[in-house]
Design a protein around this ligand. Sequence first.
Ligand SMILES: [Zn+2]
Length: 50
Amino acid sequence: MNCVVCKTKIQETFLRKPIGTYVKDEKGKKKIVCNSCQSKLTIEEIKKKL
Ligand SMILES: [Zn+2]
């Protein structure tokens, strides 16, 4: 899985849980955003990029 904003690969924990935040687009599809993009952008700014 890749970050929807910067397209870098999302790292996973040893439990294979992706390290990032899920956001839903307008169709209700789950997208993932990495922690660095999440800290730089607000949820509204991220949603504009989906
Ligand atoms: Zn990112």
